[in-house]
Ligand binder design. Structure first.
Ligand code: CAA
Length: 262
Protein backbone atom coordinates (compact mmCIF):
# COMPACT_ATOMS: atom_id res chain seq x y z
CA UNK A 1 0.00 0.00 0.00
CA UNK A 2 2.62 2.48 1.08
CA UNK A 3 4.68 1.59 -2.00
CA UNK A 4 2.14 2.87 -4.51
CA UNK A 5 3.67 5.53 -6.75
CA UNK A 6 0.50 6.43 -8.65
CA UNK A 7 -2.31 6.09 -6.12
CA UNK A 8 -3.09 8.00 -2.93
CA UNK A 9 -5.25 6.47 -0.22
CA UNK A 10 -7.51 8.23 2.25
CA UNK A 11 -9.77 6.24 4.52
CA UNK A 12 -12.32 6.82 7.20
CA UNK A 13 -14.67 4.53 9.01
CA UNK A 14 -16.64 2.72 6.32
CA UNK A 15 -15.01 4.01 3.14
CA UNK A 16 -11.76 4.38 1.23
CA UNK A 17 -10.91 7.03 -1.34
CA UNK A 18 -8.34 6.13 -4.00
CA UNK A 19 -6.95 9.08 -5.96
CA UNK A 20 -5.27 8.12 -9.22
CA UNK A 21 -2.27 10.37 -9.38
CA UNK A 22 -0.14 11.06 -12.45
CA UNK A 23 -1.21 14.69 -12.79
CA UNK A 24 1.50 15.63 -15.31
CA UNK A 25 -0.13 13.29 -17.85
CA UNK A 26 -3.70 13.86 -16.68
CA UNK A 27 -3.65 10.61 -14.67
CA UNK A 28 -3.23 8.47 -17.79
CA UNK A 29 -3.41 4.75 -17.05
CA UNK A 30 0.09 3.31 -17.36
CA UNK A 31 0.62 -0.44 -16.91
CA UNK A 32 2.17 0.35 -13.53
CA UNK A 33 -0.90 2.31 -12.46
CA UNK A 34 -3.16 -0.57 -13.56
CA UNK A 35 -1.08 -3.00 -11.44
CA UNK A 36 -1.28 -0.73 -8.42
CA UNK A 37 -5.01 -0.26 -8.87
CA UNK A 38 -5.39 -4.03 -8.99
CA UNK A 39 -3.54 -4.28 -5.67
CA UNK A 40 -5.68 -1.50 -4.22
CA UNK A 41 -8.87 -3.30 -5.29
CA UNK A 42 -7.56 -6.49 -3.62
CA UNK A 43 -7.06 -4.56 -0.42
CA UNK A 44 -10.50 -2.90 -0.56
CA UNK A 45 -12.15 -6.25 -1.27
CA UNK A 46 -10.60 -8.06 1.68
CA UNK A 47 -10.83 -5.22 4.22
CA UNK A 48 -14.17 -5.75 5.96
CA UNK A 49 -14.22 -2.30 7.56
CA UNK A 50 -14.17 -0.70 4.08
CA UNK A 51 -17.73 -0.93 2.81
CA UNK A 52 -17.58 1.65 0.00
CA UNK A 53 -14.90 2.65 -2.50
CA UNK A 54 -14.55 6.12 -4.04
CA UNK A 55 -12.27 6.66 -7.04
CA UNK A 56 -11.16 10.06 -8.30
CA UNK A 57 -8.35 11.72 -10.22
CA UNK A 58 -5.59 13.99 -8.90
CA UNK A 59 -5.75 17.68 -9.79
CA UNK A 60 -8.51 19.86 -11.13
CA UNK A 61 -8.20 19.00 -14.78
CA UNK A 62 -8.66 15.28 -15.18
CA UNK A 63 -10.23 12.19 -13.72
CA UNK A 64 -8.28 9.99 -16.17
CA UNK A 65 -7.39 11.03 -19.75
CA UNK A 66 -7.24 7.42 -20.94
CA UNK A 67 -4.66 4.72 -21.38
CA UNK A 68 -1.10 6.07 -21.42
CA UNK A 69 -0.64 6.75 -25.13
CA UNK A 70 3.16 6.95 -24.77
CA UNK A 71 3.20 3.21 -23.92
CA UNK A 72 1.49 2.41 -27.25
CA UNK A 73 4.82 2.89 -29.06
CA UNK A 74 6.12 -0.25 -27.33
CA UNK A 75 3.33 -2.37 -28.82
CA UNK A 76 4.62 -4.23 -31.86
CA UNK A 77 1.72 -6.43 -32.93
CA UNK A 78 -1.97 -7.17 -32.48
CA UNK A 79 -1.37 -9.87 -29.86
CA UNK A 80 0.38 -7.44 -27.50
CA UNK A 81 -2.41 -4.88 -27.89
CA UNK A 82 -5.06 -7.53 -27.24
CA UNK A 83 -3.15 -8.59 -24.13
CA UNK A 84 -3.19 -4.97 -22.89
CA UNK A 85 -6.94 -4.73 -23.53
CA UNK A 86 -7.52 -7.95 -21.58
CA UNK A 87 -5.34 -6.67 -18.72
CA UNK A 88 -7.45 -3.49 -18.47
CA UNK A 89 -10.74 -5.32 -18.97
CA UNK A 90 -9.92 -7.89 -16.25
CA UNK A 91 -9.24 -5.12 -13.74
CA UNK A 92 -12.29 -3.11 -14.80
CA UNK A 93 -14.51 -6.22 -14.50
CA UNK A 94 -13.22 -6.66 -10.96
CA UNK A 95 -14.12 -3.07 -10.11
CA UNK A 96 -17.57 -3.41 -11.66
CA UNK A 97 -18.20 -6.62 -9.73
CA UNK A 98 -16.62 -5.60 -6.42
CA UNK A 99 -19.11 -6.71 -3.73
CA UNK A 100 -19.16 -3.14 -2.37
CA UNK A 101 -20.52 0.06 -3.91
CA UNK A 102 -18.05 2.00 -6.06
CA UNK A 103 -18.56 5.76 -6.45
CA UNK A 104 -16.72 7.45 -9.30
CA UNK A 105 -16.04 11.11 -8.48
CA UNK A 106 -15.27 12.43 -11.96
CA UNK A 107 -13.42 15.70 -11.47
CA UNK A 108 -12.43 16.51 -15.06
CA UNK A 109 -11.61 14.69 -18.30
CA UNK A 110 -12.82 11.08 -18.34
CA UNK A 111 -11.62 10.05 -21.78
CA UNK A 112 -10.92 6.68 -23.37
CA UNK A 113 -9.84 4.34 -20.56
CA UNK A 114 -10.97 7.06 -18.12
CA UNK A 115 -14.53 7.02 -19.41
CA UNK A 116 -14.38 3.21 -19.42
CA UNK A 117 -13.21 3.24 -15.80
CA UNK A 118 -16.02 5.62 -14.79
CA UNK A 119 -18.51 3.28 -16.49
CA UNK A 120 -17.47 0.51 -14.04
CA UNK A 121 -18.74 2.52 -11.07
CA UNK A 122 -22.15 1.96 -9.49
CA UNK A 123 -22.72 5.69 -9.12
CA UNK A 124 -21.03 8.45 -11.11
CA UNK A 125 -20.84 11.92 -9.59
CA UNK A 126 -19.36 14.57 -11.88
CA UNK A 127 -18.06 18.07 -11.40
CA UNK A 128 -19.57 20.72 -13.67
CA UNK A 129 -16.46 20.80 -15.84
CA UNK A 130 -16.14 17.01 -16.26
CA UNK A 131 -16.01 15.75 -19.86
CA UNK A 132 -16.72 12.21 -21.02
CA UNK A 133 -15.67 10.69 -24.33
CA UNK A 134 -14.11 7.86 -26.28
CA UNK A 135 -11.59 9.70 -28.49
CA UNK A 136 -9.64 6.55 -29.50
CA UNK A 137 -10.86 6.95 -33.08
CA UNK A 138 -8.58 10.01 -33.35
CA UNK A 139 -5.61 7.69 -32.70
CA UNK A 140 -6.81 5.25 -35.35
CA UNK A 141 -7.91 2.68 -32.76
CA UNK A 142 -11.06 1.66 -30.88
CA UNK A 143 -11.84 1.59 -27.14
CA UNK A 144 -10.20 -1.42 -25.48
CA UNK A 145 -11.20 -1.38 -21.82
CA UNK A 146 -14.91 -2.03 -22.35
CA UNK A 147 -16.07 1.26 -23.90
CA UNK A 148 -17.95 -0.18 -26.87
CA UNK A 149 -19.79 -2.58 -24.56
CA UNK A 150 -20.57 -0.66 -21.37
CA UNK A 151 -21.26 2.69 -23.03
CA UNK A 152 -23.82 1.07 -25.37
CA UNK A 153 -25.54 -0.56 -22.39
CA UNK A 154 -25.88 2.80 -20.62
CA UNK A 155 -26.56 5.35 -23.37
CA UNK A 156 -27.94 3.02 -26.07
CA UNK A 157 -26.55 1.58 -29.27
CA UNK A 158 -26.66 4.57 -31.58
CA UNK A 159 -25.41 7.15 -29.09
CA UNK A 160 -22.49 4.83 -28.24
CA UNK A 161 -21.70 4.47 -31.94
CA UNK A 162 -21.93 8.24 -32.38
CA UNK A 163 -19.58 8.91 -29.46
CA UNK A 164 -17.04 6.23 -30.45
CA UNK A 165 -17.09 7.15 -34.15
CA UNK A 166 -16.82 10.91 -33.71
CA UNK A 167 -14.69 10.98 -30.55
CA UNK A 168 -16.89 13.89 -29.46
CA UNK A 169 -16.91 14.72 -25.75
CA UNK A 170 -20.03 15.01 -23.61
CA UNK A 171 -20.33 17.76 -21.03
CA UNK A 172 -21.28 16.72 -17.51
CA UNK A 173 -24.80 18.06 -18.11
CA UNK A 174 -25.18 16.01 -21.32
CA UNK A 175 -23.83 12.90 -19.59
CA UNK A 176 -26.36 13.49 -16.84
CA UNK A 177 -29.21 13.77 -19.34
CA UNK A 178 -28.13 10.48 -20.91
CA UNK A 179 -28.16 8.69 -17.54
CA UNK A 180 -24.40 8.16 -17.48
CA UNK A 181 -23.98 10.53 -14.54
CA UNK A 182 -26.26 10.50 -11.49
CA UNK A 183 -25.42 13.98 -10.11
CA UNK A 184 -23.54 17.04 -11.36
CA UNK A 185 -21.91 19.21 -8.69
CA UNK A 186 -19.73 22.31 -8.44
CA UNK A 187 -16.07 21.16 -8.43
CA UNK A 188 -15.62 22.42 -4.85
CA UNK A 189 -18.42 20.12 -3.62
CA UNK A 190 -17.64 16.96 -5.57
CA UNK A 191 -15.45 15.11 -3.06
CA UNK A 192 -17.49 16.13 -0.03
CA UNK A 193 -20.63 14.85 -1.71
CA UNK A 194 -18.85 11.59 -2.68
CA UNK A 195 -17.66 11.11 0.91
CA UNK A 196 -21.04 11.86 2.41
CA UNK A 197 -22.73 9.45 -0.04
CA UNK A 198 -20.07 6.83 0.83
CA UNK A 199 -20.77 7.32 4.55
CA UNK A 200 -24.50 6.98 3.93
CA UNK A 201 -24.04 3.77 1.87
CA UNK A 202 -21.57 2.34 4.43
CA UNK A 203 -24.36 2.41 7.01
CA UNK A 204 -26.77 0.34 4.89
CA UNK A 205 -26.95 -3.46 5.24
CA UNK A 206 -23.80 -4.64 3.38
CA UNK A 207 -25.20 -7.99 2.24
CA UNK A 208 -28.39 -6.39 0.89
CA UNK A 209 -26.25 -3.77 -0.91
CA UNK A 210 -24.14 -6.58 -2.39
CA UNK A 211 -27.23 -8.47 -3.58
CA UNK A 212 -28.79 -5.34 -5.11
CA UNK A 213 -25.55 -4.86 -7.05
CA UNK A 214 -25.38 -8.49 -8.18
CA UNK A 215 -29.06 -8.70 -9.03
CA UNK A 216 -29.00 -5.59 -11.23
CA UNK A 217 -25.57 -6.28 -12.72
CA UNK A 218 -26.17 -9.93 -13.57
CA UNK A 219 -29.82 -9.34 -14.43
CA UNK A 220 -28.88 -7.06 -17.29
CA UNK A 221 -27.05 -9.91 -19.04
CA UNK A 222 -29.96 -12.38 -18.91
CA UNK A 223 -33.64 -12.52 -19.90
CA UNK A 224 -36.28 -10.97 -17.61
CA UNK A 225 -37.70 -14.31 -16.44
CA UNK A 226 -34.30 -15.59 -15.29
CA UNK A 227 -33.49 -12.16 -13.86
CA UNK A 228 -36.65 -12.23 -11.74
CA UNK A 229 -35.71 -15.70 -10.43
CA UNK A 230 -32.30 -14.30 -9.52
CA UNK A 231 -33.94 -11.41 -7.68
CA UNK A 232 -36.26 -13.80 -5.79
CA UNK A 233 -33.29 -15.92 -4.67
CA UNK A 234 -31.36 -12.89 -3.36
CA UNK A 235 -34.57 -11.61 -1.71
CA UNK A 236 -34.74 -15.01 0.00
CA UNK A 237 -31.12 -14.82 1.16
CA UNK A 238 -31.80 -11.46 2.84
CA UNK A 239 -34.30 -13.19 5.13
CA UNK A 240 -31.56 -15.45 6.51
CA UNK A 241 -29.51 -12.47 7.71
CA UNK A 242 -29.25 -10.88 11.15
CA UNK A 243 -29.38 -7.52 9.39
CA UNK A 244 -32.92 -8.24 8.16
CA UNK A 245 -34.03 -8.92 11.76
CA UNK A 246 -32.24 -5.75 12.91
CA UNK A 247 -33.74 -3.64 10.07
CA UNK A 248 -37.30 -4.78 10.69
CA UNK A 249 -36.99 -4.52 14.51
CA UNK A 250 -35.45 -1.04 14.24
CA UNK A 251 -38.38 0.09 12.08
CA UNK A 252 -40.94 -1.32 14.53
CA UNK A 253 -39.07 0.17 17.50
CA UNK A 254 -38.77 3.53 15.70
CA UNK A 255 -34.96 3.72 15.98
CA UNK A 256 -32.15 3.78 13.40
CA UNK A 257 -30.84 0.29 12.47
CA UNK A 258 -27.27 -0.81 13.16
CA UNK A 259 -26.24 -3.23 10.41
CA UNK A 260 -23.34 -5.65 10.85
CA UNK A 261 -23.08 -7.37 7.48
CA UNK A 262 -24.28 -10.71 8.92
N1 CAA B 1 -1.61 9.41 -22.38
C1 CAA B 1 -0.40 9.97 -22.17
N2 CAA B 1 -0.23 11.29 -21.95
C2 CAA B 1 -1.32 12.06 -21.96
C3 CAA B 1 -2.61 11.55 -22.16
C4 CAA B 1 -2.73 10.14 -22.37
N3 CAA B 1 -3.92 9.54 -22.54
N4 CAA B 1 -3.49 12.56 -22.11
C5 CAA B 1 -2.79 13.67 -21.86
N5 CAA B 1 -1.46 13.39 -21.77
C6 CAA B 1 -0.36 14.31 -21.50
C7 CAA B 1 -0.07 15.20 -22.68
O1 CAA B 1 0.76 14.53 -23.61
C8 CAA B 1 0.61 16.37 -22.02
O2 CAA B 1 1.94 15.99 -21.73
P1 CAA B 1 3.13 17.09 -21.94
O3 CAA B 1 2.83 18.17 -20.92
O4 CAA B 1 4.37 16.32 -21.63
O5 CAA B 1 3.01 17.59 -23.34
C9 CAA B 1 -0.12 16.48 -20.67
O6 CAA B 1 -0.74 15.20 -20.48
C10 CAA B 1 -1.20 17.54 -20.67
O7 CAA B 1 -2.07 17.29 -21.77
P2 CAA B 1 -2.37 18.40 -22.91
O8 CAA B 1 -1.25 19.36 -23.03
O9 CAA B 1 -2.78 17.66 -24.13
O10 CAA B 1 -3.61 19.13 -22.25
P3 CAA B 1 -4.79 19.88 -23.01
O11 CAA B 1 -5.54 20.62 -21.97
O12 CAA B 1 -4.28 20.63 -24.18
O13 CAA B 1 -5.74 18.69 -23.57
C11 CAA B 1 -6.88 16.58 -23.48
C12 CAA B 1 -6.39 17.82 -22.68
C13 CAA B 1 -8.01 17.01 -24.43
C14 CAA B 1 -7.43 15.60 -22.44
C15 CAA B 1 -5.71 15.99 -24.26
O14 CAA B 1 -4.63 15.78 -23.38
C16 CAA B 1 -6.00 14.66 -24.92
O15 CAA B 1 -6.67 14.63 -25.94
N6 CAA B 1 -5.51 13.56 -24.34
C17 CAA B 1 -5.65 12.23 -24.92
C18 CAA B 1 -7.03 11.68 -24.70
C19 CAA B 1 -7.15 10.34 -25.38
O16 CAA B 1 -6.98 10.21 -26.57
N7 CAA B 1 -7.50 9.32 -24.61
C20 CAA B 1 -7.65 7.95 -25.10
C21 CAA B 1 -6.37 7.21 -24.91
S1 CAA B 1 -6.40 5.63 -25.70
C22 CAA B 1 -7.30 4.65 -24.67
O17 CAA B 1 -7.70 5.04 -23.61
C23 CAA B 1 -7.56 3.26 -25.20
C24 CAA B 1 -8.42 2.44 -24.32
O18 CAA B 1 -9.60 2.35 -24.51
C25 CAA B 1 -7.84 1.64 -23.27
Amino acid sequence: MSNWKNIMLEQEEGWALLTLSRPKVLNALSRELLDELNEAVDWVEKTDSIRVLILTGDGEKAFVAGADISEFTQIEHAGQAEELAIKGQTLFNRIENLPKPVIMAVNGYALGGGCELALCGDIILASEHARFGQPEINLGIIPGYGGTQRLARVVGKNMAKYLCMTGEMLTAAEAHRLGLVQKVLPASELLNEAKSLAKQLSQKAPLAIQWIKKSIQNGLDIDLKTGLQLEASYFGLCFDTEDRIEGVNAFLEKRPPRFKGK
